[in-house]
Every structure is written in structure tokens, then in C-alpha cells.
Design a protein around this ligand. Structure first.
Ligand code: UDX
Length: 430
């Protein structure tokens, strides 16, 4: 089977390399010539663990090719459309322009009998609309992805489920052939209609966002009552109906998916006259953004309302560890807000400095943690990279001006830092 993958961002590049690993011949397509040139040399233009090895293995082995030219995918049996659906600049809805033009470009070259499969996260109803515009000799299916950045390869090679939205047995059979290795390994297979497949993705992300905002709401209550949200999360997490994952209280969720997906879901529900059903997502979004504000309030409480004469060290810029993605990063947003309030802010991040600098060129960046914290009045721990958990509080204390730290992710060992003489603060822990 020969397939194409349209769009070579986090999702597309991962899908392309992993499908080659699963034994298919893959052609990746993107309109960004510089990206295609890098990928053709086996170079990954972003950070994702395990992906560079897989990419160069299959580019060298000839199973994976990249091009900007759609005519080179005319002989493919299946086309996976993996382009982005960012939030519109002027509203909450998703911008579908990339999806629409990708489908149109593939439709223009697709051979009779080929299957066009959307993987992008789209508002419910998009697939049915697109299907009407596809040539009669092709078929359309929807196959949402659930990969997490930082675990993208693992999640694609060994997904916890495969969901296919199809309108015929034939389309399902083609997808079963594409994912034959996963099926053989016992991956659960869910056949759905097109709207259900689209909804599975947004409802899964809404549920995850809800879990995080739930625990962050409990953190707010803990702060005013003397409770400890880390203990609370542990205690409720023992109930298997609740589970202990995604209950890490802190500065909240960011990234290229959860925030824009819940907003697009609200926008779509409103168009459908069903806004009441997902009105709660407004609160989920508000709780999430409030966590950032709570950090700023804590900083002001510690240092005073006028931050102008203070130096603040920010550990972490990416929206989560093991990624260089700074899209809607709570850490970077907080850093920028504190900078705007007058403080001198220096940011460290193991992988995200360059993308963060591009977004906020006025902020200071440090290559080393020691340089970042030097002379600081306060350290903000905002992305939970492993190397920050391994810091020696006694050694760091010698570099700072004031030994004050705020753990925005509830991941540092509070007792260890306090024992070394630090004034330790955290969200949701009195
Ligand atoms: C998410 C979904 O998990 C994935 O299934 C979907 O395909 C894409 O969106 P991703 O954006 O890579 O994946 O990140 P995820 O690991 O879900 O984390 C999202 C955000 O939530 C991060 O900013 C993270 O720091 C935050 N988070 C996560 C918390 O604040 N607390 C938690 O307990 C878990």
C-alpha cells in the first residue's frame, strides 16, 4: 500500500514516519519548501523524542519521501490529511482554510478508488461537507489522532484505540489494511459514522481539559481553606472511576490542541443551536486562564505590586516538557505578563528557547539554569522538565538574590527546597 500524508507538522511528520515504520510506502507533502527540504534530508524541523531516528531510518531506506508537488502522490491508495486547524484570529472557531485547500489539492490528483482520510481536528459536520465536494471516483473517511507531543511516536505506533469514521465497508477495509500491524497487536478498533468520529476527538480533549480545570478549581479552594491539592488529587485518584492521571494541578493546559479545541467546540455548538450543551467549557477555559492570573497575584504578593526593580527567573517556556512547542504556553504567557508588569524576566528552557524568542523577542533568555537564576529575587518553575526536579536547591541558593521559589507545576520536592532554606510557594498548597 502506498500512502500520502498531507501536512508535515507535529501530526503529519509523526504519522508519515510511523506509517513507514509500520511497513507502508509513504510520501509526505507540505507547501513549506524549507520544511520539505529538511525532512528530505532526514532532519526534523522541531523537537520530538524518538522521531528523528525513525525519520532518518526510513528516508535513508527509501520508504519515506517528501515533496511539495501534489502530482507525486497521484498513485497513492490512501491520502491522510494532517494539516493544522488553528483558532481563527477574530474568534473562537477553527480556521478550516488549510483543511479545505489540502482536500481540494488531493482531490485534483487522486486516482479512482483512492481514499481521502482526514486526521485534522475539525468541527463536527466538516467531513460530510467535504465529502460532497470530492470527486465521485474517490471516497472520504475521518480518522482522528490522539497523539500527545513528547510521546507522539509511541502514541502513533501503539495507539490506545483507532477510530475510523466511514460511510462504507470498503473504506473500513482499506483502513484496516493500512493499520494491519496495529490490529494484529490488538489495538481496539472503533467504527463510527463521520460526525461521531469528528466528535470523539473534541469530546476526548474536552474531557481532558475538564479534568485539569477541575483539579485547578480544587486548587483555588485549597488555597482559601488551607488544603493541599496534591494530597487531595492523590486521594481522589485512588478511586478507579476517577483515576489519578490528568489531575496535576498547576498553571493549567496549553499547547496547540486543548485550548483551541474546546473553543472551536463551543463555537460549533453555537452554530448548531446547541451551545447550552457545552456551555460548561466556558468555565473550563476561564479556570484555566485564571491559573495564570493566580501566579501573577502570588508574585505580587511576594514582591509587591511594583515589579520594576525585581529580577524574576522563569524555568520553562514550552507548554509541557519533552516538547519545543510554545503554542499557547501558560509558562510563556506568565513570563510575558510579568515582563509587561515591569520585572526583569529571564527564561530558561531545555528545548524551547528559540521558538519562545521568536514569539517574544523582548524577553531575556539564558542557555543555562545557573545563568537564568543568577541574581533573581524569585524563581518561577513553570514547565516540569526533569532537569528542574534534579536541581540542587543549596547550590541554586548561592546564585540568587532572594531564596524564593514558586512551583507552578507542583512537581518540585517542597521539603527538599524548604530544608535548604527556600521560601517555597505552590499553587493549591497552603
Ligand atoms: C493533547 C491530548 O492529550 C492528545 O490526546 C491530543 O491528540 C492532542 O492534545 P498534548 O497537547 O500533546 O495532547 O498535551 P497533553 O499531554 O494532553 O497536555 C496538555 C496540557 O495540559 C499541557 O499544557 C500540560 O502541562 C497540561 N496538563 C496535563 C496539566 O496541567 N495537568 C495535567 O494533569 C495534565
Amino acid at each position: 500500500m502506498k500512502i500520502s500524508v498531507i501536512g508535515t507538522g507535529y501530526l503529519g511528520a509523526t504519522h508519515a514516519a510511523c506509517m513507514a515504520e509500520l511497513g507502508l510506502d509513504v510520501v509526505g507533502v507540505d507547501s513549506d519548501a524549507a520544511k520539505i527540504e529538511a525532512l528530505s534530508k532526514g532532519e526534523l524541523p522541531f523537537y520530538e523524542p524518538e522521531l528523528p531516528e525513525l525519520l532518518s531510518k526510513h528516508v535513508k531506506g527509501g520508504k519515506l519521501k517528501f515533496t511539495t508537488d501534489y502530482s507525486e502522490i497521484a498513485d497513492c491508495d490512501v491520502h491522510f490529511i494532517c494539516v493544522g486547524t488553528p483558532q481563527m484570529k477574530d474568534g473562537l472557531a477553527a480556521d478550516l482554510s488549510y483543511v479545505k485547500s489540502a482536500f481540494a489539492a488531493v482531490a485534483a490528483v487522486a486516482k479512482p478508488g483512492s481514499l481521502l482520510v482526514g486526521k485534522s481536528t475539525v468541527p463536527v459536520g466538516t467531513a460530510q461537507e467535504l465529502a460532497k465536494q470530492m470527486p465521485a471516483h474517490t471516497e472520504l473517511a475521518w480518522n482522528p489522532e490522539f497523539l500527545r507531543e513528547g510521546f507522539a511516536v509511541e502514541d502513533t505506533l501503539r495507539p490506545n484505540r483507532l477510530v475510523v469514521g466511514v460511510t462504507s465497508d470498503r473504506a473500513e477495509e482499506i483502513l484496516k489494511e493500512a493499520y494491519a500491524v496495529n490490529l494484529k497487536e490488538g489495538t481496539p478498533w472503533v467504527r463510527a459514522n463521520l460526525p461521531t468520529a469528528e466528535l470523539v476527538k473534541v469530546s476526548a480533549n474536552s474531557f481532558l481539559a475538564t479534568k485539569i480545570s477541575f483539579i485547578n478549581a480544587m486548587a483555588e479552594i485549597c488555597e482559601t481553606t488551607g488544603g493541599d491539592v496534591t494530597v487531595l488529587a492523590k486521594a481522589i485518584g485512588y478511586d478507579p472511576r476517577i483515576g489519578n492521571r490528568f489531575l496535576q494541578a498547576g498553571i493549567g493546559f496549553g499547547g496547540g490542541c486543548l485550548p483551541k479545541d474546546i473553543r472551536a467546540f463551543m463555537a460549533r455548538a453555537e452554530e448548531l443551536g446547541a451551545s447550552q450543551a457545552v456551555e460548561f467549557l466556558k468555565d473550563i477555559d476561564a479556570i484555566n486562564l485564571r491559573a495564570r492570573k493566580r501566579v501573577i497575584n502570588l508574585v505580587e504578593k511576594e514582591l509587591g505590586l511594583d515589579l520594576k526593580s525585581f529580577k524574576i527567573a522563569v524555568l520553562g517556556a514550552t507548554f509541557k516538557p519533552d516538547s519545543d512547542d510554545v503554542r499557547d504556553s501558560p509558562a510563556l504567557d506568565i513570563a510575558a505578563q510579568i515582563h509587561a508588569a515591569g520585572a526583569e524576566v529571564t527564561i530558561h528552557d531545555p528545548k524551547g528557547i528559540e521558538p519562545a524568542r521568536k514569539r517574544f523577542p523582548a524577553l531575556n533568555f539564558a542557555e543555562k539554569v545557573e545563568e537564568c537564576v543568577s541574581g533573581a529575587d524569585l524563581i518561577l518553575h513553570l514547565t516540569e522538565w526533569k532537569e528542574y526536579r534534579e536541581l540542587d536547591p543549596a547550590a541554586i541558593k548561592k546564585l540568587v538574590k532572594q531564596a524564593k521559589i514558586l512551583d507552578g507545576r507542583n512537581m518540585l520536592d517542597r521539603e527538599k527546597w524548604q530544608a535548604a532554606g527556600w521560601d517555597f510557594h505552590a499553587l493549591g498548597r497552603a
